[in-house]
Design a protein. Structure first.
Length: 318
C-alpha cells in the first residue's frame, strides 16, 4: 500500500471511531437549520425583484412584437387597397345590448367596431368572433393575441366564468379618422380642437411636405385597461400651434402604463418603441369597473407628455 493510500485509510478509520464514540449520527442543530433558512430567505428576497424585472422585460418585448405585427397588417392592407387606410373608428350607434344599430355601410372598412367597457352583457369585451375576425386587418394578422398587451390582465366575469378582455390596443384617430356618413375620414364631429389638423387617409401622405414623417406618427398604442373604449385614441390638440402649454388636456382617453410607467407604440413606418411617461398626471391610478365610454375632458396644463402625444399624432392642415 502506498504512503498516500495508507494515510487515507487511517483517516477514514479515525472518522468511523469518532462517529461511533459520539453515540449518535451527525446532524444539523436547530440553530444551523434556522441560519440556512434565513440565508435562503435573503437570497429569495434578492432574486424576486430581478425575476419580476425579467418578466416585465419579456412582456415588453412581446408587446413590441404585437405592435409590429399589427402595424405590418395595417400597411399590407393599404398596399392592397390602392393606398387607402382603414378607419380608426366606425360610425356606430349602440342599442341596449351593445349591438351596432343603424349600421353605416362604410363601417366595414373600420379596423375595429368594438365598444369596450366592464359590462358582462357586452360581448365586445370578451368575444373575438363578434368583431375582430370580421375586420379588414384580420386576413393579414389572424392572431387574436396581438391585439392585447401581455401585461394587461383585465377580465370580465360572465355567468361566474372569468373571461379575459380581448383588446388593449387602440388606433390614433388622426390616422384613418372615423367613418363619416359619406365614407370620408374625419377626426371629429363636435370637437373643435381637431378641425384644423390633418386626418391621414392614405399611406402615401406620410412624409409629404405638409405631413410628419412616417416614423414620427404613431398608429397603435396600448391604452390602460380602465380607459379602453372605442377602437380609437384621440388627443386634444389645443395648445399645439401656436404653442400654449397652459391649454394642454386629455380627452377621456389615457395611454397605457403597463411597462413600468411606459407605453407601447407602433408607428406608420412599421417600427415600435416604448415611451416612458414623465408627468404623474398622465398615469393616475387605474379605476377598473368604471365607464370608459363616458366622454370627459381632463385638463393637464404644461404636461410634457401631452406635448409628445400631440407631436406624434398629427400636424396642422396646410
Amino acid at each position: 500500500m502506498s504512503p498516500y493510500a495508507d494515510r487515507l485509510h487511517k483517516q477514514l478509520n479515525a472518522r468511523r471511531c469518532l462517529i461511533r464514540d459520539s453515540g449518535r449520527p451527525s446532524a444539523f442543530t436547530l440553530i444551523e437549520l434556522l441560519v440556512v433558512i434565513a440565508i435562503i430567505a435573503i437570497l429569495a428576497a434578492m432574486l424576486l425583484p430581478a425575476m419580476a424585472r425579467a418578466k416585465q422585460k419579456g412582456q415588453g418585448i412581446q408587446c413590441m412584437s404585437n405592435h409590429r405585427q399589427l402595424t405590418l397588417a395595417w400597411r399590407m392592407y393599404a398596399d392592397d387597397s390602392r393606398d387607402m387606410l382603414v378607419y380608426a373608428s366606425g360610425n356606430v350607434a349602440l342599442d341596449a345590448t351593445h349591438s351596432n344599430a343603424g349600421g353605416n355601410p362604410w363601417n366595414q372598412y373600420a379596423w375595429s367596431l368594438s365598444n369596450m367597457d366592464f359590462d358582462p352583457n357586452n360581448r365586445y369585451n370578451w368575444d373575438q368572433s363578434l368583431d375582430m375576425v370580421k375586420r379588414p386587418l384580420w386576413p393579414y394578422a389572424k392572431t387574436a393575441n396581438i391585439y392585447k398587451c401581455p401585461a394587461d390582465h383585465s377580465s370580465i366575469l360572465v355567468n361566474g366564468v372569468s373571461k379575459p378582455r380581448i383588446r388593449t390596443m387602440s388606433m390614433n384617430l388622426y390616422v384613418g379618422g372615423f367613418v363619416a356618413d359619406d365614407g370620408s375620414s374625419q377626426a371629429t364631429a363636435s370637437w373643435a380642437f381637431g378641425t384644423n389638423y390633418m386626418v391621414y387617409s392614405k399611406l402615401s401622405q406620410f412624409g409629404s411636405s405638409q405631413a410628419a414623417p412616417a416614423d414620427k406618427v404613431f398608429v397603435f398604442l396600448d391604452m390602460r385597461e380602465d380607459k379602453v373604449n372605442w377602437g380609437n385614441f384621440m388627443i386634444n390638440m389645443d395648445g399645439y400651434t401656436p404653442t400654449q402649454p397652459g391649454l394642454y388636456s386629455f380627452t377621456s382617453d389615457l395611454p397605457g402604463m403597463y411597462h413600468d410607467m411606459a407605453c407601447g407604440f407602433s408607428f406608420a413606418d412599421g417600427h415600435a418603441e416604448m415611451k416612458r411617461w414623465r408627468d404623474g398626471r398622465t398615469t393616475p391610478p387605474a379605476v377598473p369597473g368604471g365607464d370608459p365610454l363616458a366622454l370627459v375632458s381632463i385638463p393637464s396644463p404644461n404636461n410634457v407628455d401631452v406635448a409628445w402625444l400631440q407631436d406624434h399624432s398629427t400636424r396642422p392642415k396646410p
